[in-house]
Design a protein around this ligand. Structure first.
Ligand SMILES: Cc1ncc(COP(=O)(O)O)c(C=O)c1O
Length: 470
């Protein structure tokens, strides 16, 4: 059976027809048609949340796979929305959840428990000096909300700078610095928001004479515009190291350093959002380590709970102290909750153990070699980009014009799912690929084989040579 709901992030806005159902699926359930014993009973009771979902109903997961109600095994190349970096239901994580559920799930935010203290110590010990105080919340949105508020309190200013096509979350402050979906028709956005151009090496119009991307000119141009627009009260600049939902754009080498210099010269705090890049995804434990830049505030969410809701905001002892003196306030009912902190502690332990980073590098090389081979075979693949085990493939109708091929991308997306591979299609043009960091060589090869099969059997992929001989 197929669950059809709105889910903008995957960009698949048409229902899958019954002829396209995964094998083993026999019927299609529309809202309100559910029968009493079916897992879809009650489907129509779910409220719309503005997005679009098309997938079979998922009943369980294990390692790199999720399984549908009809028994289909699906290789999850999104790691469950970039969160289950160690794989679904990692046995050690499950063990911690069970054990801690029996001892302590929740405390008042005015109390503290051992796993929270241990997680703060473990997390700050793997971060460079300057990131020495941690606050634990639940979602990525909350961590960014807290970071922005901290920057406002510390600096006494209120304007915020973000990057084009960024994604930072749905709460007002985070959404204000997010230049993607959700800005229109939802009431007034936060005042004092500024945007730098998206560092998009594939599409940017800023070019050196030899055609290569001139990100420095673009960045300076952006700050020049912001300096003209700002009322002189910029508190923070919030960025991702690799724009995840924005199309897998890796900040060019030197960009984060240059950004830090721009921030320092204006008395602005640099916030780095590692919701998608944190805990090894890019081949370093944190994405900012590729640049040797220490942000003033770090936010970390999705991977810290391996699927459970825990996020962190980390800053310097000095910022923490000054903000405290100025009356900084940010807490929720679930601030510093013990059960999820115990999970975070275990996840961090595993992420810094077991040769996970080496696996990311090896499997990443395998993945990118396979994706580049696909690009050599199919003209509709305009660009392959990414870092570590985080990859994007952009689908175009023409490599010269780089125009998106949205219908084709949608068709590819549906066929991938039918063949048992789940990659998220973003903005109807870029597949985000984020396999679990524990993926084996065989699992990466299996995913690449499915991609090859899908590209070779879907119309209009513009084969450049005979697949199998090229
Ligand atoms: C980079 C980044 N920051 C923040 C968020 C928001 O996190 P959450 O959905 O947990 O609030 C996301 C979610 O996709 C994200 O990708």
């Amino acid at each position: 059976m197929i669950l059809k709901r709105h889910y903008q992030e995957i960009g698949a806005d048409q229902p899958i027809s019954s002829s396209e159902l995964p094998s083993g699926s026999s019927s299609r359930v529309q809202d309100g048609e559910e029968g009493g014993n079916s897992p879809v009973d009650g489907l129509s009771c779910l409220a719309n949340y503005g997005a679009e979902i098309e997938s079979p109903i998922i009943t369980h997961g294990g390692g790199a796979y999720i399984y549908s109600e009809s028994g289909q095994r699906i290789l999850d190349w999104t790691s469950g929305q970039m969160s289950c970096l160690l794989g679904h239901s990692h046995p050690e994580v499950v063990e911690v959840i069970k054990a801690h559920a029996e001892s302590l799930i929740h405390t008042s935010s005015c109390m503290v428990s051992p796993p929270v203290i241990r997680l703060a110590k473990r997390l700050t010990s793997v971060l460079p000096p300057g990131l020495d105080r941690a606050l634990f919340l639940n979602t990525g949105s909350e961590s960014n909300e807290a970071a922005i508020r901290l920057a406002k309190t510390y600096t006494g200013k209120f304007e915020v700078v973000g990057l084009g096509q960024s994604w930072h979350g749905m709460t007002s402050g985070a959404q204000g610095a997010q230049y993607q979906a959700g800005r229109r028709g939802q009431g007034p956005p936060f005042p004092g928001q500024h945007m730098l151009p998206q560092p998009n090496a594939y599409h940017s119009i800023f070019r050196h004479k030899d055609g290569t991307y001139d990100w420095e000119k673009e960045l300076n141009y952006g700050w020049n515009l912001i300096d003209q627009a700002s009322c002189g009260a910029i508190a923070a600049c919030l960025v991702e190291c690799v724009q995840g939902d924005g199309g897998i754009h890796v900040l060019p080498r030197g960009y984060l350093k240059a950004l830090k210099r721009h921030c320092e010269s204006r008395g602005i705090l640099l916030i780095v959002d590692e919701a998608q890049t944190g805990l090894g995804r890019t081949g370093e434990l944190f994405g900012f380590e590729h640049e040797n830049v220490v942000p003033d505030i770090l936010t970390l969410s999705k991977p810290l709970g391996n699927g459970l809701p825990i996020s962190a905001m980390v800053t310097s002892a000095e910022i923490d102290k000054v903000a405290k003196e100025k009356g900084f306030l940010f807490f929720t009912t679930h601030t510093n909750d013990p059960l999820v902190a115990a999970v975070g502690e275990k996840v961090l332990e595993i992420a810094t153990r077991d040769g996970l980073l080496q696996n990311v590098m090896a499997r990443g090389q395998q993945l990118f070699a396979g994706l580049r081979r696909l690009k050599e075979r199919y003209g509709c693949i305009g660009d392959v980009r990414g870092l570590g085990l985080m990859a994007g493939i952009e689908i175009v109708s023409d490599r010269d014009t780089k125009e998106p091929a949205k219908d084709l991308a949608k068709a590819l997306s549906k066929t991938m799912l039918q063949r048992g591979l789940w990659c998220q299609l973003q903005s109807q043009r870029v597949f985000r690929i984020g396999p679990t960091l524990t993926s084996t060589e065989q699992e990466i090869q299996d995913g690449l084989d499915i991609l090859e099969e899908v590209f070779s059997t879907t119309a209009h992929t513009q084969p450049l040579c005979n697949p199998g001989t090229g």
